[in-house]
Design a protein around this ligand. Structure first.
Ligand code: BDR
Ligand code: CA
Length: 309
């Protein structure tokens, strides 16, 4: 089993990443930490609690993390995820509560007490992970690997150059990409293949189960905003791809390359500069995804969602 900490900003696709991570037999979900990103950290924390309450996910500590990027003001993605960060279906008030510990402290504690067997799975801005690394560098050798959703080899989705999670906190991303631990980056090139088609929604609904139906309802709202903002017919379900890439590394096609994060460009802040051809001669420190086994991804995700009531 892969022991993981899911560091997220739910967020429609983060919510689905939570559901995948909490019930997939190959994953042991040690904790969920939240960060400001799609919405304020108060809202993303409340959303994580709501999703886990609704799905009956118990015994996984949920800890609120950083409320803003390291250096920049917080900028949310209400155009995609709505004012709550998880607009769309009515979701009952959570029955769960967050733990009192700060998310960054929980990440540090779990790593320091581990045998070096924990993988971090960030699906939001990298503020918590970067802060944990700076605050307690002794966690570094304890991080087994990082499987993150973020970045792009080519076009961004928040600016022409940058993907949202990296753009939201580029300095944090620069710290994480330079941390020296094994990183798998699941960029837009991969996640834009994980499209929630009508057929996917049908498969989620036909079993008439609460949680799979809830996931389908979330994806209907997500589809509407993605259509409005990007003109997409079907929305890309980004964040579960980072979980799937850990469960089954062959589910993505990937190769090693050097990745730098742009933090000063006038037009390019937040760009993940992927040295596909090795032009700079720097160490290839990141496994960058570019392809996805789409049928396999949906089978894995849908099968897991159907294990809930
Ligand atoms: C990423 O940005 C967020 O809006 C999504 O949750 C995902 O993590 C995609 O760019
Ligand atoms: Ca996210």
């Amino acid at each position: 089993k892969h022991k993981i900490i899911l560091d997220c900003d739910p967020g429609h696709d983060d919510a689905i990443a939570i559901l995948l991570a909490a019930h997939h037999p190959a994953i042991e979900l040690l904790a969920i930490t939240t960060v400001a990103g799609n919405q304020s950290v108060t809202k993303t924390t409340s959303n994580a609690l709501k999703v886990c309450s609704l799905a009956g996910i118990r015994g996984v500590p949920i800890a609120m993390g950083m409320d803003r990027p390291l250096l920049r003001p917080a900028r949310y993605a209400a155009d995609i995820h709505g004012e709550s960060g998880l607009d769309g279906p009515h979701i009952p008030a959570p029955t769960l509560e967050p733990v009192a510990q700060h998310g960054v402290d929980l990440i540090i504690e779990l790593l320091l007490n581990s045998a070096g067997d924990i993988t971090l799975v960030p699906t939001g801005p990298l503020t918590n992970i970067a802060t944990a690394i700076r605050r307690e560098p002794q966690i570094l050798p304890k991080i087994k690997a990082i499987s993150l959703m973020g970045g792009a080899i080519g076009l961004g989705n928040t600016t022409p150059s940058a993907e949202f999670n990296i753009w939201a906190d580029p300095e944090a991303a620069a710290i994480v990409f330079g941390c020296g631990r094994p990183i798998t980056m699941v960029p837009l090139e991969v996640t834009h293949q994980a499209l929630a088609t009508k057929e996917v929604l049908h498969r989620l609904r036909e079993a008439r189960r609460t949680v799979a139906t809830f996931a389908a309802d979330l994806l209907v709202f997500f589809a509407e905003t993605y259509h409005k903002v990007f003109g997409f017919v079907d929305p890309p379900v980004h964040d579960p791809c980072a979980v799937a890439a850990l469960i089954e590394p062959e589910i993505i096609q990937a190769r090693m390359m050097h990745v730098a994060v742009e933090t000063t460009g006038e037009w390019t802040v937040g760009r993940t500069v992927c040295d596909v051809y090795g032009k700079l001669g720097n160490e290839s420190q990141v496994r960058v995804g570019y392809g996805l086994n789409v049928p396999r991804f949906w089978d894995m995700l849908i099968e897991t969602l159907l294990t809930y009531d």
